[in-house]
Design a protein around this ligand. Sequence first.
Ligand code: BGC
Length: 736
Amino acid sequence: MANKLKESETIEQRMTALLAQMTLAEKIGQMCQLNASEGYAPDYLADDLRAGRVGSVLNVVDVDVVNELQRIAVEESRLGIPLLVGRDVIHGFKTIMPIPLGQAATWNPALVKEGAHLAALEAAGAGINWTFAPMVDISRDARWGRIAESPGECVFLARMLAIAAVEGFQGDDLSATGAIAACAKHFAGYGAVESGRDYATTNLPETKLRNVWLRPFKAAVDAGVMTMMTSFSDLNGVPATGNSFLLRQVLRDEWNFGGFVVSDWDSVRQLQIHGLTENDRESAFEAATAGVDMEMAGDAYRHHLIGLVEEGRIGIDTIDTAVANILRAKFRLGLFENSFTDPAELPPPGNARALATAQKLALQSVVLLKNDHGTLPLSTQRLSSIAVIGPLADARYEQLGTWIFDGDEELAITPLHAINSLVGDDVDVRYVRAMENSRSKATEAFDAAVEIAKDSDLAILFLGEESILSGEAHSRADINLPGDQADLVRRIRETGKPVIAVILAGRPLTLTNIVDQVDAILFAWHPGAMGGPAIADLLFGIESPSGKLPATFPRMVGQIPIYYSQKNTGKPPSRDNVVHIDDIDTYAPQTSLGMSSFHLDTCFTPLFAFGHGLSYTCFDYQRIRTSADEIELGDTVTISADVMNRGEVTAEEVVQLYCRDLVASITRPVKELKGFRRVRIEPNQTLTVDFELHTDDLAFYGRDMQRTVEPGEFHAWIGGSSEAELRTDFRIIDSG
Ligand code: BGC
């Protein structure tokens, strides 16, 4: 601690000394990030670099070009300030790991941290010292294309993953070779865009904003994240890039954030398009005064900040604070000491450790949604032939998912390839792609697929969404399997052969129209380069599936937003008080409807609940108990349950703890995740899983926007999903 303090004092002193030498133009230069993608750098940038008009570049990944840019900045500019070199390293750099939503399905923060660390090492080898990740936007709307990049719907899980990613990218020492600055984005509310349309408006009451959407960002700040990125979206009428409530009151005054804030791509100038400002000059004014330290890829700061300061509209203190925040990051990264990159000091991209981690993440991310009559796992001894069908069985690029700028497609191993290697000569594998891509509506090749299914012992269908269907600006209003995939499923079903669906997608899908047509479903997200071997190992039982859903799967798109931590309402639905549209009593329609909170044309429950995920064994949860029935405010209680593996294979299970605060001054969710643990249990072994819960873990922001714990009754459940029924109760008291 003493050392850390000393080190940061030195950084503060060095930064202050540097700032004192800077001209206004050089200061504003630090606040500008320019696009340096291929074709532009370095000629296009050289004069700006020499004049100190650039603090950061993004989208240059050739290490020689990066080194040359750094050389000009360091050796040819007056003050020799090195550059921050940013890039979207979202789920791997060259070695692509599962999409972030898939990584969330592992419920394994330690593994996510390792994945981020390995991605940082690969990116650092290209001269990158700053990633625009992790995205920590909670999302409860699968229509939103960017749910693929998100940690899913749950505050607790998102917080744990935010910490893991920040620690993975940044390491213990940001100046170490291979550590890169992280960026928690998009501050804030982006995941709540109306109807899941990207860039749309968000409206979030302050209690909801604070209790849900802001919490993963706070976790990232507490974990030491160096930077934050604003959201493109408008929050309660003020676009995030001009929102001083978010950027000053919450981030700086309440959270003491010591890093810097970057706008999203050109989002400063977009303040005008939102209708907040009249022109770029006013946009620069709003963003800078709200607390955006650096403008990404626009030129509002570049052209207008000097004038705004000279006119006296923006005080020099505002500029100095922003520049100090940016310089602090550069000092912490050690860029003044080590401005250049020698790739030989870093492991080569696509190395064995990176591939093994990518495979492990993929393996643990796949969720077994259903498995009738033990269809899975398959056995090479009992099979002589299998039909592999579908547009995603052998599509290397498509299994990588969104945001893979630098991903090496050559490293990807497809499921078809991996199945063939795994079964060798023991099983005859026949393959028909059947559809050119997942959106295809051409059905001519279906007959060939039906033929091979008829001739085989069973069919494995690789369905889902190709990668372009999720990600930024790739939202969907209909989240069924696209194209004619449902028809393909029906045709294969008609053969009477067992049908296994392996679904690769960037979001939860509505699977209602196929769920009863197949015997088993493995939901694999976009699993990345090593998705093929991971899926093959799961299909053939080398490993048991252990992924759990990080987001609820609706039955129908009209149920959205549907999430486990909803409020109870004054008229909660139950099996006894709901009526289906087909069962309305024609003679007494008004009285027979049930009068509770549900949709007439579907069930009130989701198709698959948050936290759901089956295994090849069966876990039995018993004997939930608390260390005390009553705990004093400020104390800790231990909640435990015994988990027994009743099946025949060793398997991992994610044991989940949920709580409910029964009565509070603002209504609280019916369940909130408060802990989880991934454990490996042998057949017939019983493991006691303990969760320590401090009363602060049950705090929430109330009517006065203060985070407090209110004494009273609590329920606690331990189980394998948010539908856990094994419950105990405890009470928090305040005798002080
Ligand atoms: C995205 C950000 C990304 C940035 C830079 C924007 O369009 O919203 O998430 O980091 O581009 O590529």
